[in-house]
Write a protein that binds this ligand. Structure first.
Ligand code: PLP
Length: 387
């Protein structure tokens, strides 16, 4: 069906299956059980699709840089929380001098330096800030910390003291609090080919979630004793139901699962429908059993491993070559379907991550049923490559 829709298009090109995207949106809402979802914009990087998700019920966006948030604000979008700290003085100056942008954007902070950079931009009125709290689990005994290495703020007392610093400064307004548990939200608990991890991960994640639920509630209480909070954000695609169930959390951030990339195939609790694809042309038959496609080396970010490679999915029965994998200019394909492939045929792939795919293409074809219903620019296609 998908292949019928794009018949006649010259590859390489990228496709979003809108039926799958909408089904994933509905499933996100089901999993959140009424708790608002904030859209992780980096995970889509296509404004048309961000608007579609917002229309379907997402509330506000978690942006990935301040220049991105300024751009979206200038286009009329509201409730833009920048999910990561910024040291971009030019962007902070633009925020500082624009009352409209200051009303629409909240920036992330976790240390005095972040606050000082805002002050140095000489804001014409208060700049809204969100405190980033470490959601990692410090395994008892000090053996290791499970979770992304983000904010230095971990204990309720530290966060409360930082909140007091913020409210004491006239050029700042404490708006929200965020604690992102990437060790649960971004790590599938059924990793293929790793039997020990399959046993250990669900247990570690459950222990981490329990510790975080308790600590997040304490942190929120401590900060609310200092100032009100408009929102308390947590989670991601892989933890929607768990994070939403915490009484201290007022919203969950998520996005990747709307595209259904391969890294989200490994969760027990849910299974997004693959919605994002890229299509490459077969440009040569190196041997009768081996078809070679043009380009394709779209390796996902993160610790390198096989799980970061794109996966050929259509026609079924293809695999990457162990030595070349997905290359800058060519991707040899093996497997039973490779014998059938001819020069000029097209091969469909899934990316391991979501929005990163859009850094490779200027536009995406939106498919509904067996038709391309629209072709829209990615951020890159709009000349916007923020990271
Ligand atoms: C701060 C933060 N929140 C939430 C998410 C979850 O986003 P997604 O659902 O796209 O994995 C991320 C992803 O990296 C993130 O960095």
């Amino acid at each position: 069906m998908l292949q019928n829709a794009t018949f006649g298009l010259d590859a390489p090109f990228a496709v979003i299956d809108l039926d799958a995207f909408d089904a994933n949106t509905t499933d996100f809402m089901r999993r959140a059980r009424g708790v608002p979802l904030r859209l992780a914009s980096k995970s889509l990087r296509v404004r048309t699709l961000q608007a579609r998700a917002l229309k379907a019920g997402f509330r506000g966006q978690l942006c990935f840089t301040l220049p991105e948030a300024l751009w979206l604000a200038s286009l009329g979008w509201d409730d833009l929380v920048v999910g990561y700290p910024t040291v971009d003085r030019g962007a902070l100056r633009r925020l500082a001098e624009d009352p409209e942008a200051r009303a629409r954007i909240t920036v992330m902070v976790d240390c005095a330096e972040h606050l000082d950079l805002i002050t140095a931009a000489k804001p014409g009125g208060p700049v809204k800030v969100c405190i980033d709290v470490d959601a990692g689990w410090r395994v008892p005994g000090g053996l290791m910390t499970l979770g992304p290495k983000r904010s230095p703020l971990h204990d309720p007392s530290q966060v409360e003291a930082f909140a007091r610093t913020i409210v004491a400064r006239e050029d700042l307004e404490l708006d929200g609090l965020m604690a992102y548990e990437g060790q649960i939200a971004g790590v599938g608990d059924r990793p293929p080919g790793r039997p020990l991890m399959r046993l250990a991960l669900p247990v570690l994640q459950a222990l981490s979630a329990r510790e975080l639920a308790r600590r997040r509630a304490e942190v929120v209480d401590a900060v609310r004793s200092v100032a009100p909070l408009r929102f308390v954000n947590g989670g991601g695609t892989g933890s929607i139901e768990r994070t939403a169930a915490e009484p201290a959390v007022t919203e969950v951030a998520a996005g990747s699962g709307l595209y259904g990339p391969t890294l989200f195939d490994t969760y027990r609790a849910f299974r997004p429908t693959p919605a994002a694809f890229f299509v490459l042309p077969v440009v040569r038959k190196t041997t009768p059993k081996l078809a070679t496609a043009l380009g394709g080396g779209y390796i996902a970010s993160g610790a390198p491993g096989k799980d970061r490679l794109p996966r050929p999915v259509l026609p079924a029965g293809l695999k990457l070559d162990a030595l070349e994998a997905a290359g800058e200019v060519q991707t040899p394909l093996l497997g039973r379907a490779a014998t059938e492939l001819q020069v000029g045929d097209q091969v469909w792939f899934r990316h391991a991550k979501a929005g990163e795919l859009c850094e490779r293409f200027d536009e995406v074809h939106l498919v509904q049923g067996d038709k391309v219903v629209d072709t829209v620019p990615t951020y890159r296609g709009e000349g916007k490559t923020f990271l």
